[in-house]
Design a protein around this ligand. Structure first.
Ligand code: ADP
Ligand code: MG
Length: 238
């Protein structure tokens, strides 16, 4: 496991700055949620951490290693996307095994890891199914299974529940938290949903227009919002 540090991170697309000097310290094992309105830069920050987007200035560290120039596969992180990105022509087992197969892991090791992840996620009886034969919640679990089998230092989630209906969303929040309590893997989770942030996070980072407005526990933000934006966004009395 490892913590994550953003140090004065900046990003422009062409001449347009979208991340304007962001500092965030994430402790080893923490569950941190980046929250803020659509377009404020949450996905861009996550994609820079994953190595899917270059950074324009500053430093990103995973553990004590600066990763600015490292390709995604050398960062020891696993990302769960909003649209799941499952391979439709592969079974649940093969979807989970695929990245390990690419790495050349031994077959027995792959089977063990897939079996363990499937057990944790309640997928053991669905390993031979194809994605089209699964419910939305089950697909979401397979997407998480693909991340878990890699046993990464850091999990990244980008709005993983936004395609689910309200009832399932609430259930999956609890599942993701239980998973974190079990594995204790450092997690950076993006959402635009204040309730998700307030109910799931150890620490919340409130973003607005490319900057961080406040970092604190859900209670800190509720009791002592730094400004009107945070108060309005979190929904507490200013
Ligand atoms: P969020 O995830 O908070 O909704 P994003 O990180 O996706 O926000 O986007 C932040 C800003 O950067 C938005 O104004 C968006 O239009 C812009 N942006 C994101 N990706 C690109 C890109 N590849 N090229 C140009 N602009 C982009
Ligand atoms: Mg986004």
């Amino acid at each position: 496991m490892a913590g994550v540090d953003f140090v004065d991170v900046r990003k422009s697309f062409g001449a347009i700055p979208v991340i304007k000097g962001v500092n965030i310290e994430i402790e080893d094992g923490e569950f941190v949620i980046l929250v803020g309105p659509s377009g404020c830069g949450k996905s861009t920050l996550l994609r820079m951490l994953a190595g899917l987007e270059n950074i324009s200035a500053g430093e990103i560290l995973i553990g004590d290693k600066v990763v600015n120039a490292l390709p995604p596969k050398n960062r020891d992180i696993a990302m769960v996307f909003q649209n799941y990105a499952l391979y439709p022509h592969m079974t649940v087992a093969d979807n989970m095994a695929f990245s390990l197969m690419l790495n050349g892991s031994p077959k027995a090791e792959i089977e063990k890891r897939v079996g363990t992840a499937a057990g944790i996620l309640g997928l053991s009886k669905l390993l031979d199914r194809y994605p089209r034969q699964l419910s939305g919640g089950q697909r979401q679990r397979v997407a998480m299974g693909r991340a878990i089998v890699r046993d990464p230092q850091v999990f990244l989630f980008d709005e993983p529940l936004s395609n689910l209906d309200a009832k399932l969303r609430v259930a999956m929040r609890a599942e993701i938290k239980e998973l974190h309590q079990r594995l204790k893997t450092t997690t950076v989770y993006v959402t635009h949903d204040q309730i998700e942030a307030m109910t799931m996070a150890d620490k919340i980072v409130v973003m607005h227009d490319g900057i961080v407005e406040q970092i604190g526990s859900p209670l800190d933000l509720y009791d002592s919002p730094a400004n009107l934006f945070v108060a309005g966004f979190i929904g507490s009395p200013a």
